[in-house]
Design a protein around this ligand. Structure first.
Ligand SMILES: [Cu+2]
Length: 305
């Protein structure tokens, strides 16, 4: 029987089905906070209330999809097995079955309602902006991002992707630096605070995205779009431009460093005073702490070993 099933069902479809069934578990085992990992399945780990809600919606719809796919597959196999020419030479001539016809109309409607309710709720929560603790203006450029902090004298952070040499140099210092996601100047936000991001563009349409925050909005020239997030834990969170914008689309990542409120104030103070060296030192120190090193000396000794 199993051999027969394997012959009937294309193997790729079966592999896909198994992968889908295993997806939630695999995502739990592999997910890295802040960025995707090689071979990871499922969504990037959630770090904001909206992202958690999005994950449960994803799990709900996936469960329904898999259940329907399995049900239809079993029905098809049953029909092929039970009602083929050999086993059922004289087919029934039944054409209507009222109860069955009502059922296959009403049940799909109910399934769609079950999907629609949390879907609209999520959509509403994504676009109902709580009162902001911090506002950042993100401006897309071909091909880098600029972030302005209007609450702190409008200083600007320009983020350019790091070259492989720069990535290696930072890794040497003990700072985890994922390739093609890391930038020279990350933006910084305080943990557990509502951050509004006003997004626009200087040239073509880009898209400002941080998957772990479930934040994603197009950057449209001449318009301002908005997204919001509340980061639940400290660390570095990465995203990439998600609207095909041209030649270097793949090389304009976004990096958000989430820190404690006191560190944020210290950093914002340094940026406001145009002391970029001090601001960098604060961030490098936090980066090492968040990477699990207690002090800078600790990181250099672990490198020496
Ligand atoms: Cu792009």
């Amino acid at each position: 029987m199993l051999k027969w099933i394997l012959k009937c069902v294309p193997q790729t479809a079966l592999a896909g089905l198994i992968a889908l069934l295993l997806a939630p578990g695999a995502a739990m085992a592999n997910a890295g906070l802040g960025h995707a990992l090689p071979g990871q399945m499922g969504l990037q780990e959630a770090a904001s209330p909206i992202a958690h809600e999005l994950h449960s919606f994803y799990n709900l719809t996936n469960t329904i999809i898999i259940a329907i796919a399995v049900f239809v597959l079993i029905l098809l196999l049953y029909v092929m097995f039970r009602f083929n020419d050999r086993r059922n030479p004289t087919p029934s001539t039944t054409t209507h079955h009222t109860l069955l016809e009502v059922a296959w109309t009403v049940i799909p409607i109910l399934i769609l309602v079950v999907i629609a309710i949390p879907s609209f709720k999520l959509l509403m929560n994504q676009f109902t902006y709580p009162k902001p603790d911090l506002t950042i203006k993100a401006v897309g450029n071909a091909w880098f991002w600029e972030h302005e902090y209007p609450d702190y004298g409008n200083f600007t952070i320009t983020s350019n992707v790091l070259t492989d040499e720069e990535v290696a140099a930072r890794e040497q210092k003990g700072i985890p630096t994922p390739r093609l996601l890391s930038v020279d100047n990350e933006i910084v936000v305080p943990v557990n605070k509502v951050v509004h991001v006003l997004v626009t563009s200087n040239d073509v349409i880009h898209n400002w995205t941080i998957p772990s925050f479930a934040s994603k909005t197009d950057a449209v020239p001449g318009r301002i779009t908005a997204t919001w997030f509340l980061a639940e834990s400290e660390g570095m969170f990465y995203g990439q431009c998600s609207e095909l914008c041209g030649l270097n689309h793949a090389f304009m990542p976004i990096a958000v460093r989430v820190v404690s409120e006191s560190v944020f104030n210290e950093w914002a103070g340094a940026m406001q005073a145009k002391d970029k060296k001090k601001a960098r030192e604060i961030l490098d120190k936090v980066a090492l702490e968040q990477a699990g090193h207690k002090t800078v000396a600790d990181s250099s000794s672990s490198q020496a070993r």
